[in-house]
Design a protein around this ligand. Sequence first.
Ligand SMILES: *[C@@H]1O[C@H](CO)[C@@H](O)[C@H](O)[C@H]1NC(C)=O
Ligand SMILES: *[C@@H]1O[C@H](CO)[C@@H](O)[C@H](O)[C@H]1NC(C)=O
Length: 296
Amino acid sequence: MNQGIILFTLLQGLISFIDCLKIVMLEVPSPTIAGESVELTCSYDLEDDKLYSVKWYKDGSEFYRYVPKDWPHAQVLPMEGIKVDTSRSASSSVYLRYVDLNSAGKYRCEISAEAPSFNTAADEREMVIYALPIEVPQISIGQRKYNPGEEVTANCTSPKSKPTAKLSWFINDSPVEGSEFKADYSATLHNDGLESSFISLNFVIQPQHFIKDIIILKCVSVIVQVNKKTETQVTLYRTDSLKSKSDNLQRNSVSENLSQVGDFACPRIRSRNHLELIMIIVIILITFNNFNPMDT
Ligand SMILES: *[C@@H]1O[C@H](CO)[C@@H](O)[C@H](O)[C@H]1NC(C)=O
Ligand SMILES: *[C@@H]1O[C@H](CO)[C@@H](O)[C@H](O)[C@H]1NC(C)=O
C-alpha cells in the first residue's frame, strides 16, 4: 500500500518532469513610481496540459484569480495597495491601477493544470515602489546680510520621499567641501514609510565668497536611484557694500539725468547756434543795409 503511493508519486513526478507546464517569463515592473499604473505579465507554456487557473499573490496572499471554467473568469480578492483593473487583466496578465507604497512586495504567479496532471508552476518577483518628492527642498537661514568674518548657519530640509533624497550645498555653483565648512546630515523616517533628509551648513564668510557683493547659497536634492534633482537657492548680500552700493545707485541716476539733460539740451543748443547765426546775418545785413542807404 505505502509502496504503491510512493510509486504513484514518483511516477507523477516523472510525468510532470517530462511534459510539464512552465512559466516562461514573469514581468513585474520595478522600481515603480507611486501613482503609476502597471501591468504584471505571466507568460507560460502549457505543453500538453489544459489550463485550470492562474493565481496571483502578493507576499503570500492571493489577490487575483483567473479560472477559464468559471464565470466570470476573473475574480479579485480585496487587498490593501492593490487595485486590479479587471477590464485590462486577462489569463496571463493583471493590471494594477495607481500603485502606492502598500503595493510594494513579492508578487507570485501560479498556474495550475486540469486533471489528470494537476501540474502547477510558479514564479515570483519583487516590486519596489518609489515615492518622489512633489516639492523643492526648503532652506532656513537666520539672516541674508553678512560681512566677511561673520558666520553663516543655514538648514535645508528635503520633502518626504522614498528612497531618501541626498542633500548637498553649493556656494556660487561650487560644491561645498573642505574643513572650513561644517555640514551635518540626518534623515528622518516618517510613519507613512517616507523619509526626509536634513542638512545644515556652518561657515565663516571670506571676502572671496562674495561675487559682485552677493553669495548664492544653493541646496540640491537628488534621488540618485531615479536621477531626480530639485534645488532651492537664496541670495546673501554684503552689508558693508550696501551703503556704497546706494551711493553708486544715486550716482548712476544723476549721470542718467545728466545724459538725459544732455540729449534734450543738444538740439536746443544747436538751434540756438542757428538762431545766433541767423541773428548775426540779420545784424550784418541790417548794418550793411543801413550803411547802403547812408552811402547812396
Ligand atoms: C537649524 O537646525 C538646528 C537644529 O535643528 C536648529 O537648532 C537651528 O535653529 C536651525 N537654524 C535655522 C536658521 O533654521
Ligand atoms: C532723475 O530724474 C528723475 C525723474 O526723471 C527724478 O525722479 C530723480 O529724482 C532724478 N535723480 C536725481 C539724482 O536728480
